[in-house]
Design a protein around this ligand. Sequence first.
Ligand code: PEP
Length: 251
Amino acid sequence: MRKKIAAANWKMNLEAEEARQLYYDISNVKIPKNVTVFLAVPFPYLASLSLLAKSQPRISIVAQNVSQHTSGAYTGEVSYPMLRSIGVNWCVIGHSERRSIFQESNEILKDKVNLGLKEGSNLVFCCGEPLSIRKKKTHKAYVENQLTASLWQLSASDFDKVVIAYEPIWAIGTGVTASAAEAQEMHQYIRLLISQKYNKKVADQVSILYGGSVKPANAKELFSQADVDGGLVGGASLKAASFSQIIKSFG
Ligand code: PEP
């Protein structure tokens, strides 16, 4: 059965003491039995929080980004082997902010995906369309192209280590959420694409998260959709009170 996941993306927020406190607050939440919590935290906090999370099997500490190179002269970059060496075996790949602000292309993301699988990492692969594409109603083709370009080179068995996050860019950090029906339509479509490219068994076991202004008020309805297996949450994950409500929003 596929995993139900409440994933926090802290982005470039929180200083060390605030991060530690938020971690403690979340680690005290009673996580529903079938749910796993992901915390995608800034690089400086990965080592200490992954050490703390060793005693919390239902919480995984996740990197927000990683280099497409293994080692060498790449000043400022962080590699998969470095993450592995501090016990971090999950990484977010292709967040829309990485794609737009840092010009990460589908090709770079394909390299990050391939290297991640080779280095034994698990991946949260993000996709999603900008508003202009949604307005033209070409969002399905747009997302299909992102998946074809960076993910469909994987083998069926690789998908044991991949979670997909569908995050329409027009809903990220804007307060505008896709309706539950809009989210379900895209998640169902992504699952259909997986079953066409691989098979139904693979499609049925891949967790697909929705991201884009998830908050306590809408999480329950979104997570109750047949193909929505949880959320990737930015703003509302920065406060223990709101993220803990989201964690408890699974039916
Ligand atoms: C995100 O950072 O992936 C995100 C969905 O942010 P927000 O929840 O703030 O829209």
